[in-house]
Ligand binder design. Structure first.
Ligand SMILES: Nc1nc2c(c(=O)[nH]1)N[C@H]1C(S)=C(S)[C@@H](COP(=O)(O)O)O[C@H]1N2
Ligand SMILES: [Mo]
Length: 509
């Protein structure tokens, strides 16, 4: 680079390389967000971090100034600032060759922390940031390479290489963006269809005394957003109701295929059912309670005519996940096993199995609660294996009687004197008879129980203890309606659910 003309031309090209690098990373990150149906992309996350970190009075001025366009403006502003920064980063490629890598890495770190501070982010949002960073590092090298190595004599050649590469990157990134958008269209269409559904369901009325009013105990009804989520799907299947169907076959007299409209035109059943995961540790929170609406599976199985030798139903999800459920739990006239279409009065959220999932009171989710269910095969346990049983988990998964302390939290500091204690206890489809708690190894005391209507939900418990200054240990145990008192023997979650008493330690001061 001899004369000033070529220097400034090179600088301009470097800035252009920076901007294209910047755009490329943003597009591939967004494409990854779309393709994985993650909730949050890095640009939007940074924009909302900027908004949340803006001092209140400034934020109010901003909103007054631009009205309700603040969000699109913030996102556009964030993008423009980022691209200006990228242009500058590009111009540094020759003078400070290390700077661009460090700068892109730093920007990605900012993106990453902005994403993970949002409550509903999943691992996929983090992956999208990494995809963007890799794009930045690769495209930066690819585009600035010819300019960095150019000597005056080869200037024209390297310029042409640069422009050719720029064209290539634009086409490739455009394609990635297009594909990402395509893959998200399905999800947006399904979200739209879900919003437009009007189902003959109610929201369910929480029994008047189900919540004992002790601050800190998990709400008796779990909202859809707080409901625990467990599945193997990296990106949950997007199935619109009009493309969903369920095939019931195997050891039956008559095979049945149901469409969504067939299903929702049938008689509905509604019930409170507490779902819990077999991997819930003692004291864990992989358990939630909701009001479910759907169609009794036993009626459909009766229509199909189940053969007497059958003892299992193999359920298959749209994403290929499988589980095996004891047939008796599905045909039991006293158990509301259902093909559920709604949760707390709303169509199932996509992540909880939209449009149809199975809910079976009394069994852990891994043997019963198939989300995005599309196939039910009436069969025998000896004839198949399912996703988790192939990985060492028990074939049958009845829920074990358990109880949990929610207040005080483990490690909490309370004041000395009377301390409120409480939590939840469950023995789905058996029912909770009583709950006892014990402080510092003393006598067991009976807890007050919340009111529930059936056997299939958790029950809140509460009580009071008097404590002096110092450290204390609180233990809880439940007795179910079969007369069984929870064993103190600690068992791991594998193969069929944890056992043991939950205890917490707290300090009174
Ligand atoms: N398709 C599908 N359904 C599934 C699973 C899964 O991985 N894939 N996990 C099961 C497990 S282990 C549990 S505990 C429940 C959890 O349901 P939730 O995510 O609605 O709470 O779903 C069950 N249904
Ligand atoms: Mo689970």
């Amino acid at each position: 680079m001899g004369d000033d003309g070529s220097v400034s031309r090179t600088t301009r090209y470097l800035a252009l390389a920076g901007v294209i690098t910047g755009v490329s990373g943003l597009v591939t990150a967004q494409a990854a967000v779309w393709a994985t149906r993650a909730n949050n992309g890095p640009v939007v996350a940074v924009a909302s971090a900027v908004r949340d970190k803006t001092p209140g009075h400034l934020a109010i001025k901003l909103v007054h100034l631009v009205g309700h366009h603040d969000k699109p403006l913030l996102v556009t502003g964030t993008t423009v600032v980022l691209l200006l920064l990228c242009a500058w980063i590009g111009t540094q490629a020759i003078k400070r060759p290390l700077l661009p890598d460090i700068a892109y890495f730093t920007l990605a770190v900012v993106g990453f922390f902005s994403v993970i501070r949002l409550k509903d982010s999943t691992a996929a949002s983090g992956v999208a940031v990494v995809v963007g960073l890799i794009t930045w590092l690769v495209v930066h090298r690819f585009l600035t390479g010819p300019l960095v190595t150019a000597r005056e004599a080869e200037y024209e050649v390297s310029r042409r290489t640069f422009l050719r590469r720029t064209g290539g990157v634009v086409v490739a990134v455009g394609l990635a963006g297009y594909l990402g958008d395509l893959s998200s269209r399905a999800k947006r269409r399904v979200e739209q269809a879900r919003r437009l559904l009007r189902l003959p369901v109610t929201r369910g009325r929480v029994p008047a005394d189900a919540n004992l009013g002790v601050a800190g105990i998990a709400s008796w009804r779990t909202s859809a957003t707080d409901f625990y989520r467990i599945d193997t799907a990296f990106s949950p299947p997007a199935i619109s109701p009009d493309e969903w169907s369920l095939r019931i076959h195997g050891m039956v007299d008559k095979e049945i295929t149901l469409s969504y409209s067939d299903l929702v035109s049938r008689q509905f059943t509604e019930d409170w059912v507490t779902l819990c995961c077999v991997s819930n540790e003692v004291g864990g929170n992989l358990i939630s309670n909701a009001w479910w609406s759907g169609v009794l599976i036993r009626d459909i199985l009766a229509e199909a005519g189940v053969h007497p030798e059958a003892d299992a139903v193999k359920q298959t999800s749209k994403d290929g996940w499988t589980c095996g459920t004891p047939l008796s739990a599905l045909t039991d006239p006293n158990r509301n096993a259902m093909l559920a279409v709604a949760m707390n009065g709303e169509p199932l959220p996509i992540v909880h199995g939209f449009p149809v999932r199975m809910v079976v009171p009394g069994l852990y989710g891994y043997v019963s609660a198939t989300k995005w269910v599309v196939d039910l095969e009436v069969t025998q346990f000896g004839k198949f294996s399912a996703y988790w049983t192939e990985r060492g988990w028990g074939e049958k998964g009845p829920v074990k009687t358990e109880s949990r302390i929610d207040v005080p939290r483990d490690g909490a500091n309370t004041s000395a004197g009377t301390v409120k204690v409480g939590g939840s206890a469950w023995a789905q489809h058996t029912g909770i008879e009583s709950v006892e708690f014990q402080i510092d190894g003393g006598a067991w005391q009976s807890a007050q129980l919340g009111g529930v209507e059936g056997l299939d939900t958790w029950v809140q418990w509460a009580g009071e203890v008097d404590v002096a200054h110092g450290k204390h240990r609180l233990v809880v145990r439940a007795t179910d309606k079969s007369g069984y008192t929870q064993t103190a023997v600690q068992a791991e979650v594998l193969p069929d659910g944890a056992t043991g008493w939950h205890s917490v330690q707290f300090s009174a001061g």
